[in-house]
Design a protein. Structure first.
Length: 391
């Protein structure tokens, strides 16, 4: 019997799923890095954009021209349905956006038909390539499982429908926990198509154990001083509430707070390479000694006594699993396990001192809310869900 064909996207969290299913499925990758990652561990995977037949290239151009012509013709009617403030900008930008991306999206649709894909597993269903794969599955009556790579938070936005992540394209969802289930249900996801599985990326932290002394040796940090770690972030400009300078202002205020605590070592974990230099330069200009690290998340978390950062970053879930003290800047006002402070020097200083003066919180209610039971079995539950969906 011929194997069924699954289209995959994602980073290293997809590896255990592929290992568990490789005897029963042929794998295809939406993007080259996913295919290479699996091939490097001897799991065959075909990138759908490799060796594209010439006839499909030609047809994708024809489809692109047809769709572009239709959109330009219908643009006045489309624009009328938009809020007044968005109309001019939409008319200005949409032809250029389609001209740049539509050819690739049309080709993806043709390739998914060409390879006779039976199902889709994605880590994101809103970015153009992954959304078109999910939309293709919906149009063909096939199942598409979205296992989100992150948890989005209600109080980052106003009502549902104000952010790109509020769009739902996949047919099924592997929710991290009850909070994410409710978040998606509010946005119209059918409750019967959601299963709470936990999130794959947290399993390794649940089973990691504690090795703070070794981590501090690796980072050349003093084993006898408190270490405060700061998670950097980036602007959430997929909704209007994210268009502000809060991230930069909070980091500057954090550095000011740490200048008043000279006996504490400062560790800054950068989450994006494009803002790494800014954080390094800002830290240098602050006049305090600190270590800025772009990689090695596990080592940084193990070395830290307390973790802080701007907003409801998912990094606080990881630090809670490892039992670290947590101080969030405007991040978790509804979760008493995390001390939430305002983004000014005094509030941050007081929050950090308060955290160090109290016992480490019992994080189980916090973790159950966001990722379900922290038992290290999320990967197993996701694999079982995939097997059920695509059996």
């Amino acid at each position: 019997m011929a194997k069924k064909r699954l289209l995959l996207s994602g980073s290293d969290e997809i590896i255990p799923i592929a290992k568990a299913l490789k005897d029963d499925y042929d794998f295809f990758a939406l993007m080259q890095p996913t295919a290479k990652m699996l091939k490097d561990i001897d799991i065959p995977c075909t990138p759908i954009g490799e060796n594209v037949p010439v006839v499909l290239h030609s047809r994708s151009l024809t489809e692109t021209a047809r769709i572009m012509s239709s959109v330009i013709t219908d643009l006045p009617q489309i624009v009328e349905r938009l809020p007044v403030g968005a109309r001019d900008k939409f008319q200005e930008l949409i032809p250029g956006f389609l001209y740049q991306h539509l050819g690739n999206l049309a080709l993806v649709v043709l390739l998914l038909d060409h390879y006779k894909i039976d199902g889709v597993v994605l880590h994101n269903d809103v970015e153009p390539l992954m959304r078109i794969a999910a939309a293709w599955a919906r149009a063909r009556g096939k199942k598409c499982l979205h296992q989100p790579h992150a948890i989005y938070h209600e109080y980052e936005k106003t009502a549902p429908g104000t952010d790109i992540h509020d769009m739902i394209t996949a047919s099924h969802l592997a929710a991290a926990g009850p909070y994410q289930r409710v978040w998606y249900e509010k946005r119209g996801f059918p409750p019967e198509n959601i299963r709470e599985t936990g999130m794959l990326k947290y399993d390794k932290f649940v089973t990691m154990g504690q090795w703070k002394d070794h981590a501090r040796k690796l980072l050349k940090l003093d084993p006898y001083r408190h270490v405060v770690m700061y998670f950097t972030s980036w602007r959430q400009d997929t909704n209007l509430l994210g268009c502000n300078n809060g991230i930069e202002e909070a980091f500057v205020q954090f550095l000011s707070a740490m200048k008043t605590m000279p006996n504490v070592d400062v560790l800054v974990k950068s989450r994006q390479s494009d803002n790494l230099k800014w954080h390094i330069d800002t830290a240098k200009n602050s006049g305090i000694r600190c270590l800025v690290v772009a990689q090695h998340l596990e080592v940084c978390l193990q070395a830290a006594d307390l973790v802080t950062g701007y907003g409801p970053t998912n990094g606080f879930i990881t630090s809670a699993i490892l039992g670290k003290r947590t101080v969030s800047i405007n991040g978790f006002p509804d979760d008493p396990e995390v001390i939430t402070v305002a983004s000014d020097t005094n509030s941050m200083r007081e929050g950090i001192i308060k955290s160090f003066s109290e016992p480490v919180p019992q994080y189980l209610p916090f973790l159950l809310k966001y990722i379900g039971p922290p038992d290290g079995q999320a990967t197993k539950r996701v694999i079982e869900y995939v097997k059920e969906l695509f059996a």
